[in-house]
Design a protein around this ligand. Structure first.
Ligand code: G3H
Ligand code: 13P
Ligand code: ZN
Length: 309
């Protein structure tokens, strides 16, 4: 089976009241850890690479590794560009075999966002590739871009129909209070479910995407914070809120920070316990297994997409 788009996955997820996990990948161990979890739980998958991941690993290596994952698992897997910020980056990803791209022009004006998104959609659809866009702006850090809280903005539900009609986009990421990274909320976690509900009514049957959806589990933060780490105040989205979003119009939930935390916590613990180890397989084997554990938990208890293939 070749790489697939997210079209069928989203149709089933919308109808079934669950969401597909979109996990960020940067190297072989992370890909294997996620795919092992999806194999065990019979879950469809979106593996996504940011422009930083593409620079780090080289997109050809990422595509070949993800193709190997399809061959090894037999699962439906979509290879997605996360936060493409230009037409050229989206085009390069489409030409290089990605089956889905995100054009994130949310930092431009509404009109400019429509113009850039439409151009990507035309290029992508001609080649059988699907497109995600974003309306509204999440706070937090992505790659080199750091969006402060004051520059973030909730999605205006009044704009979504016009945006989707004019661009022809396949899915839409909206801002309802989640943010990127491990420091999402200073006080109580709060998501604007009223906005999600309103968007859902205006776009019946249309797949909505939630970025910045890591839960930042205390058990990983504690280990990463040992020996003077700097993660005091790290706080993520409560999992009950994600489950609620998945039962509504949200069909794709993006998770990266929780995988980074699990991977790094495992390596830190291993090296603390075994200071003489220097064979990367000694610490990457448990780190890969830690990714599998966290992804299994997400698939079953948060997204509800287990046993769907
Ligand atoms: O939303 C961004 C993802 O967590 C990817 O992060 O741009 O540092 O690869 P990155
Ligand atoms: P987190 O930082 O919450 O994991 O969000 C990841 C994300 O939105 C990737 O696009
Ligand atoms: Zn994101």
């Amino acid at each position: 089976m070749p790489l697939v788009t997210s079209t069928e996955m989203f149709k089933k997820a919308y109808a079934g009241g669950y969401a597909i996990g979109a996990f960020n990948v940067n190297n072989m161990e992370i890909i294997q850890g996620i795919v092992d979890a999806a194999k065990l739980e019979r879950a469809p998958l979106i593996l996504q690479a940011s422009s930083g991941a593409r620079k780090y690993a080289n997109p050809i290596y990422l595509r070949k590794l993800v193709e190997a994952a399809v061959e090894d698992s037999g699962l439906p897997i979509c290879l997605h560009l996360d936060h493409g910020d230009t037409f050229e980056l989206c085009k390069d990803s489409i030409d290089g075999g990605f089956t889905s791209v995100m054009i994130d022009a949310s930092h431009h004006s509404f009109e400019e966002n429509i113009k850039i998104t439409k151009k990507v959609v035309e290029y992508a659809h001609d080649r059988g590739v699907v497109v995600e866009a974003e309306l509204g702006r999440l706070a937090g850090v992505e790659d080199a871009v750091n969006v402060s809280e004051k520059d973030s903005s909730y999605t205006d539900p009044g704009q979504v129909q016009e945006f989707v009609e004019k661009t022809g986009v396949d899915s839409l990421a909206i801002a309802i209070g989640t943010s990127h990274g491990a420091f999402k909320f200073k006080g109580e976690a709060k998501l604007r479910f009223d906005i999600l509900e309103d968007v859902g009514k205006r776009l019946p049957g249309f797949p909505i995407v939630l970025h910045g959806a890591s839960s930042v589990p205390e058990k990983y933060v504690k280990i990463v914070n040992e020996n003077g780490g700097m993660m005091d105040g790290a706080k993520g989205v409560p999992e009950e809120m994600l489950r609620q979003a998945a039962s509504m119009a949200v069909c794709k939930i993006n998770i990266d920070s929780d995988l980074r935390l699990a991977f790094t916590a495992s390596i830190r613990k291993h090296m603390n316990d075994n200071p003489s180890h220097f064979d990367p397989r000694q610490y990457l084997t448990p780190a890969r297994a830690a990714i599998t554990d966290v992804v299994r938990h997400k698939l079953v208890s948060v997204l509800g997409c287990n046993n769907k293939v």
